[in-house]
Design a protein around this ligand. Structure first.
Ligand code: OAD
Length: 243
């Protein structure tokens, strides 16, 4: 807590757990996680899209409908507030749902893309999310297939987002890893970059992540509880978001 009070540069890395309290499923939790019910290789790889673009689109159209109904929770709102209180705050997310932006976070480094947009597979142009009554959709400009603008297994991350995240992690004073199991690379290594650079690293999660950076701290709990409590403890004049 003291480290956060005096920190000049803070990085928060978020994962699916941060959106869980907005009703969006995580990936790896037994019973409720998406990967407990669906096979990623059939739905979230370039090969799956080549083989059956309609099936892949149906799955993403379903996830998009969940995202459209979801609203930001106390964790998203608290991270947006922190950005205004810390001189140099970088929010890096593995989430594709856009809820951080909806909560008011202005600069969000999206490592895994966004389900708010589609992308032309021929030209790479970003297009609005298409109507999904006739799947798979085509690019309105060139007629090629559209795909969700997300990163699939086996694909590289957007290079500028990754470079920004690595740079910010390596330079920061405090690194918070929130609501992520920490098993997907390269996001999982960001905490290690931070620790190597001398940052205080803390994991905020209801279960202890498997791989944790040396010398790091672990805070057990839900993001929607811990983050408002942390904000209230470090900046008492900000009030606690209890909604
Ligand atoms: P996971 O499903 O792997 O992990 C989510 C974590 O959130 C788990 O450790 C949960 O215990 C925790 N959690 C659940 N509810 C929470 C809450 N209310 N507050 C805080 N934490 C909570 O999801 P990610 O780590 O985000 O990638 O997964 C990383 C990547 O793997 C995803 O971006 C996705 C997936 O495959 C791609 O699709 C490329």
């Amino acid at each position: 807590m003291a480290a956060l009070r005096t920190a000049e540069r803070v990085v928060a890395l978020t994962g699916a757990g941060v959106s869980a309290e907005s009703g969006l499923p995580t990936f790896r939790e037994a019973q409720t996680g998406l990967w407990a019910r669906y096979r990623p290789e059939e739905l979230a790889t370039p090969e799956a899209f080549d083989m059956d673009p309609r099936l892949v689109w149906e799955w993403y159209a379903w996830r998009h409908s969940l995202v459209e109904r979801a609203v930001p929770n106390a964790a998203h709102r608290t991270l947006a507030k922190m950005a205004a209180l810390i001189p140099n705050f970088t929010l890096v997310t593995q989430n594709i749902d856009g809820l951080h932006q909806q909560a008011g976070s202005l600069r969000v480094v999206e490592l895994h893309g966004s389900i708010r947009h589609a992308r032309c597979i021929r030209e790479g142009a970003i297009r609005p999310w298409p109507p999904t009554n006739d799947l798979p959709p085509s690019c309105p400009e060139c007629g090629a297939l559209l795909r969700p603008d997300v990163v699939w297994f086996g694909e590289p991350l957007p290079s500028s987002a990754l470079a920004q995240a690595v740079h910010a992690a390596s330079q920061c004073d405090v690194f918070l890893s929130i609501g992520t199991s920490g098993v997907v690379e390269p996001a999982a290594s960001l905490a290690y970059h931070a620790a190597q650079g001398g940052a205080t690293v803390a994991y905020l999660n209801p279960e202890r992540p498997k791989n944790t950076a040396p010398g790091s701290f672990y805070v057990c709990g839900l993001a929607g509880d811990i983050l408002p409590a942390l904000l209230g403890a470090v900046w008492p004049d900000q009030g606690v978001d209890t909604e």
